[in-house]
Design a protein. Sequence first.
Length: 931
Amino acid sequence: MAATVRFGLLVAMFQAMTRDRTSAKKRGRLRTFLDRAYGASGRDDYFSALRLILPSLDRERGSYGLKEAALAAALVEALGIAKDSPDAVRLTNWRRGGGGRNAGNFSLVAAEVLQRRQGMTSGGLTIKEVNDALDRLSASDTRSEKASVLSSLIKKTNALEMKWLLMIIIKDLKLGISEKSIFHEFHPDAEDLFNVTCDLKRVCEKLNDRSQRHKRQDIEVGKAVRPQLAMRVGNASSAWKKLHGKPVVAECKFDGDRIQIHKNGEEIHFFSRCILDGEMLVWDTALNRFAEFGSNQEIAKAASEGLETNRQECTDIAFDILYSGDTSVIHQSLSERHEILRKVVKPLKGRLEILVPTGGLNTHRPPDEPCWSIFAPNIEDIEKFFKETVENRDEGIVLKDLDSKWEPGDRTGKWLKLKPDYIHAGADLDVIIIGGYYGSGRRGGEVAQFLVGLAVSSDDNSHPKRFLSFCRVGTGLSDEELATLVAKLKPHFSKSGTPKKTPRFYEVTNNSKERPDVWIESPDKSVILSITSDIRTIKSEVFAAPYCLRFPRIQRVRYDKPWHECLDVQSFVEIVHSSNGSMHKAEDDKSLKNDNLKNPKINKRGEKKNVSIIPSHLMKTDISVVENGGSFSMNLNDSVTHCIAAEKKGIKYQAAIRHGRIIHYSWILDCCKQKILLRLQPKYILFLADFARHKFPEEIDSYADFYYWDIDVSDLKQIFINMDKVTVDPSMVHRYKKKYYADERFCFFQGCCIYLYHAPLVNEDYNVISDLALKRVKHDLTMHGGQYCSSLAPATHLVIVSVLQVYNFDILYKSFSPAERRYLHDKRLHVVSNKWLEDSVEKQMKLPETAYNLKPDTLEEIQIERSEEKAQPSNDKTAKNEDVEISHVKHARKRGRAAGNSSRTVRAAPRPVRTTRARRGNKQAKIDDGE
């Protein structure tokens, strides 16, 4: 049926829905469309239409990789117009739009441009043809390929149809009807089924008859589930009232990424946003604590770039279990699920932990710090636990009814969250406008939001000369007030387009979310705004100011106040610190949205305290520093003796380099812990400039190693990290090897690229021995000119490292993905035991592989073209430096596939093969006792 349903019919419904004022009329339009277009005979094709109506829920089609900016560039290429033509500029600068009525609405601006080239005659595309074209668009890799698909669509549609196609591509239809209403109109049970499957196609296929009710489906392994959510409350009293005195467990709210882990045999699926329900965090092994939010993305990025992350490990904190064995347990109480979680999951420190009131993660808590999960029989325990998390700089707490069942997508109050992040400012903040952003929708074409800043006080008490970007604000003014303000500032706008040069007065992070469309060319031409908000007590990554705001809004425009009397950074930090973690008085989510209390304005001027700007995880330590006689400076002046940083990145780190010496904050932690001023060992030094080294030429070398101090392993590692990385030409390396390592006894593995397969084991004693054997094999290999790699593509040998002399080739074969198995069939790949390598080392020559061959005679051998692999350098630094410990669990997911996507089931070997006795490897975590 979808092959004959015109896309224009769907567009007509979209147009009618945008004109309808009530939700009932919109739902009626949808019902009419589904009945008329598909009727009784076309029910199997509902998905083809619903994936266009709810594009953000379609998991069958990949990402287009096109947001407004990229889509505009692709359209310019598809239309074949010059990049500097008026229409191309209009598409690229769609937010400004030249002041037209459609400015700020990308699809409408694009429709105006397309209308002059397409007209209003429909091309007659069907819904099936549209979906086929969108499939090609998502499969396109380059912009030219995407432009080609868009060009073919432009030729077959009119401007109106193309407008809605663009809205489908950017997944923002603006129909004024909720996803819940659309599901209910399609089928009364559609939302429930989607909540437990997250599969729109399955919903359409199983519920194609609206007259037949569907039995509520339970969760399935391998199908993502919408997570149960927590309602926010303002304080412990409000939380206690909502829970009605029920048995309660209080848990620390971890600041990570919500994640589901589905395990089915050897298949493991990860779904972001459980059946393990938990939080993915990064554990810092050097500091013995969880890293800050955002570290997950940094670890993932580092891994994709082949960088080492030895200090940090991704850890999953499982706080609930939804499926065990072959049974769903979501209908059991939370207390029962906790017991199942403790029995089924065997924690592995640094990799997989469980969060339960008794045992689990609590066993790793330092003795002087609170537990991560407790039973809370009364409000006093809740308040005490919450206070402890605030003092420990955790994100907050979650309160859960121990009798409650697990409900997908539920936020009815069975789980409650209480967070200390938001401190009421207690005052209106007078900030200065330093930039502007063009609006969208009805405010398109004109500046509708402002980038505001805080002053940096001058040492000579003159007017401030520098301003830190602080936040982005746009709500609070009427249309008339906004128009008056923009008219006053407009003569002083300087475009921030190419080149994106920031005026010298402003200190920014250059984050893409921060960069305005226009700058105020000079602060003395600007205006002060009084804004109110809740101050987030976490470090801002987007703006240069130390803290960020939540839902800032403009109270009024201060035309009466001169520009140089805006709030300065030191006064702002004092406001945050003086709040002392007190919470605003909102009772629940609704009151948080309707907080209209006005507070008297406070203007702090004159004498200032010397307050520091430091990351949130140092807030507890800064108190200890002051208690031990130290002080902080806001400015990097001559009075500063120690410049402290958390990591080697960020605009503030780059600015601090001029100090000459930057120290890691672990030095402060260790000093406070040992109650002495520790000497600055190399492990504490993040950066040391040449001029700083030259001050002590008789004490320190060029790598910050002191001549007269003993160093440990951590010192040596930091010295190596601080060294400049030198890229060496492979041909030069080969020339030196040939010159200095001509003796065959030291290079008989030259040209061998070896993949080390760490065979599975069960016995823990064997695991220890096997790990030692693996390390010895690596040393023997590299010492004699060989290399080891992390994939089979460049490998010449696959060496099975085992302390047992028996193997099962079938298990090895199945542990690889189908794409990797083809290399096992390559007759040039030798599959041997580690005995071959050990005997070769003993005899000081590379022995023939034939006597050690483990590849079955029944395995068909083929010649594989390896032209691509040859282009890759065999001495890949990443592969050479990393510890290659491969297990069959690790290979269960297809290499290269994103973690959030389902992986295909691994098929068995093509034919029975010769087997020997199996051994099993060390797994990262044991999920089930039955394994």
